[in-house]
Ligand binder design. Structure first.
Ligand code: S3P
Length: 182
């Protein structure tokens, strides 16, 4: 557990999980409650390109987005005392998975397919990866991604909890890790 440059108490917390599971909101709450900086990797990429993700995918291409995603994640996950929300596709890249698992504490926010599909209509406009795909294709993607997210330090199935409850659970679990491993 204590790999990387920083002590367990200082390690950054990284949130992974499928699009729309609530990573950004939960990470923001956790950052606030722990007095840490919050970093949203998608927002960093959007700031750099000066356009929303859908436009980046259309005008510059997914490959350029993924390259920037790797650059930002590899940079921030090695910094101490951050709370970082990753895009749902970031863990497809082995370098990202390895860096996060070596240098930070990785929380997987999981959700059942049945709960997630209720959210699809709110997500599709801002998530290029969901556009022009049938519901069956999206379910396949959902299940493929689940396999990647299995590389984590801690996991919570969020179906029956609101974001505040998830954040509080994460904080309790972080504090337990601090006590156990420092
Ligand atoms: C993506 C997820 C998005 C964003 C981009 C690609 C993906 O982030 O990075 O649209 O491939 O799953 P969220 O998980 O925050 O929606």
């Amino acid at each position: 557990m204590n790999k990387g440059l920083h002590s367990v108490r200082e390690k950054s917390l990284v949130f992974i999980g499928f699009m729309g599971v609530g990573k950004t909101t939960v990470a923001q709450l956790v950052a606030k409650k722990l007095y840490r900086d919050f970093i949203d990797i998608d927002q960093e990429i959007e700031k750099e390109f000066g356009m929303p993700t859908t436009e980046i995918f259309k005008k510059i291409g997914e490959a350029a987005f993924r390259e920037k995603e790797k650059e930002y994640v590899l940079h921030y996950c090695k910094q101490p005392l951050k709370v970082i929300s990753l895009g749902g596709g970031a863990f497809m890249q082995e370098d990202i998975r390895n860096a996060c698992l070596d240098h930070s504490i990785v929380f997987y926010l999981d959700i059942s397919w049945d709960s997630w599909k209720e959210r699809l209509h709110m997500l599709v406009d801002s998530r290029p990866v969901l556009q022009n795909r049938s519901i069956d294709d999206i379910e396949t993607l959902f299940n493929e991604r689940k396999t990647l997210y299995e590389d984590h330090n801690s996991k919570l199935v969020t179906d029956n909890f609101n974001e505040e409850e998830v954040a509080d659970y994460i904080i309790d679990s972080v504090k337990l890790a601090w006590d156990l491993y420092s």
